[in-house]
Ligand binder design. Sequence first.
Ligand SMILES: NC(=O)c1ccc[n+]([C@@H]2O[C@H](COP(=O)([O-])OP(=O)(O)OC[C@H]3O[C@@H](n4cnc5c(N)ncnc54)[C@H](O)[C@@H]3O)[C@@H](O)[C@H]2O)c1
Length: 255
Amino acid sequence: MAGLLDGKSALITGGGGGIGRATALAFAREGARVAVADASEATAQETVALINKGGGQAMTLTGDVTDARVVEGLVKSVVTTYGRLDCAFNNAGIAGWQVDASGKKTADWSEESFDRMIAVNLKGVWLCMKYELQQMVAQGGGAIVNTASIAGLIGLPTSSAYVAAKHGVVGLTKTAALEYADDKVRVNAVCPGYIETRMTEDTMRRRGEQLMSVVPFHRMGKPEEIAEMVLWLCSERASYVSGAAYNVDGGYMAT
Ligand SMILES: NC(=O)c1ccc[n+]([C@@H]2O[C@H](COP(=O)([O-])OP(=O)(O)OC[C@H]3O[C@@H](n4cnc5c(N)ncnc54)[C@H](O)[C@@H]3O)[C@@H](O)[C@H]2O)c1
């Protein structure tokens, strides 16, 4: 049976982490050649090794998405190796605990923590889009998916700059969808709820029981459940979908 992404080439940032890895594996399973990019070379290589073990085709790229020259280089490497860039999943991101803001209300965030959060989770997505869009317009089309969050749709106490960045990602997504519709580039966002990855380990240890009590499914999501949405959004099956932000959250946004 033909794969959903047969013959396509893809770039995934944060590809060494939970959601990025699951998506890289899903893309490869569906026939894409996948460039797995991450700030951590070791985890990106692990993802690539898993893809190769399963008979897929993948390459490792390393770098920080907050650096314009690095991001330009990531896109160039994909095009040099695979000839074009059909699908991009801009997914690299960090949580509050990774910038020393765990449990802090808005007035208690340091300027340094705020700046780093916005740099990675918002500017990083914009930089990726900037170079991906240039390539996709030149080649005649493509599909981009950005990782926002339920935090891109509602407020979440003690997640100030994270929430601001993710709302910004939804805004960037909608704007680019309008701007590049005529160029046949579709741009969408995925908004995960609480997903089992390294990012949520700390929060779940501290208040997992309370959080799961208000999620209608009463469980966390698995990275593979986000990957399925991203895969669909990048595939031709979503040919009439652009500028959307899809929740994958066990029903949380309906509460
Ligand atoms: N886990 C959740 O519950 C959840 C919920 C909503 C949204 N998200 C979002 O999903 C995305 C993926 O997160 P995850 O849960 O898989 O976490 P994760 O920590 O497993 O993965 C994140 C990956 O991004 C990489 N990364 C971080 N900063 C980077 C940078 N500056 N440049 C390049 N790579 C960088 C990390 O090395 C890591 O591999 C993030 O954008 C996150 O905000 C996660």
